[in-house]
Write a protein that binds this ligand. Structure first.
Ligand code: GRF
Length: 203
């Protein structure tokens, strides 16, 4: 399936997806990487890989609707069928989310439903929890909400700082995101309302 990746910055999750998709047997083909920030570091990596890139600058659009329409148009230009958000830091309109319902996924650095929103590692450390992690989910209009596709947990160590914990979680992100995208792109799982069901028997 033709997949577009949305980024805002570093793009290390995007890189993990692009690397997985180098395998011809991988069920998703990355056709475009779109950033809302012209300076996003990830754009250079995508270009070096020969992947089309687009910048849809939120600052150049008067409203969220106008921005989302431009984003949608950029994805359509490249024939995108599936969208993977990878560190994309814009809240989307209900209209956009609806147009890509069940065809758009996101990665979040916490074991959802815990720690939606920002600064997840700081909050996890403040709470002195012992397991933290990351989640891949279908996007719904509530931020960091939606049917879960994959999660990975990591230990929280006593000596952790937000940075060391973030690095451990990020490693796990790079492992589960390619697997989760493959599950969706291959049709191995599908969403039925808010529930996830294996589309094929034996899974
Ligand atoms: C990741 O931790 C992702 O889960 C979060 O923002 C970070 C983005 O990192 N939403 P990168 O741009 O993929 O390197």
């Amino acid at each position: 399936r033709k997949t577009g990746i949305l980024i805002s910055g570093r793009g290390s999750n995007m890189q993990a997806l692009v690397k997985a998709a180098r395998d011809p047997a991988y069920p998703a083909e990355i056709v475009v990487v779109v950033s809302n920030r012209p300076s996003a570091a990830g754009l250079a990596f995508a270009q070096a890989e020969g992947i089309a890139t687009e910048v849809v600058d939120h600052k150049a659009h008067a409203s969220r609707e106008a921005f989302d329409d431009a984003l949608d148009a950029a994805l359509k230009r490249h024939g995108v069928e599936l969208v993977a958000c990878a560190g994309f830091m814009r809240i989307m309109t209900e209209g956009f989310v609806g147009r890509w319902r069940d065809r758009m996924i996101n990665i979040h650095p916490s074991l959802l439903p815990a720690y939606k929103g920002l600064h997840t590692h700081e909050r996890a450390l403040a709470d002195k929890i012992t397991r933290h992690g990351c989640s891949v989910h279908f996007v719904r209009s509530d931020v960091d909400d939606g049917p879960l596709i994959a999660q990975a947990s990591v230990p929280v160590l006593r000596a952790d700082t937000p940075e060391t914990l973030a690095a451990r979680v990020l490693d796990a992100e790079h492992k589960i995101y390619p697997r989760a995208l493959a599950l969706v792109a291959s049709g191995a799982i599908r969403v039925d309302g808010e529930k996830l069901t294996p589309a094929k028997s034996g899974l």
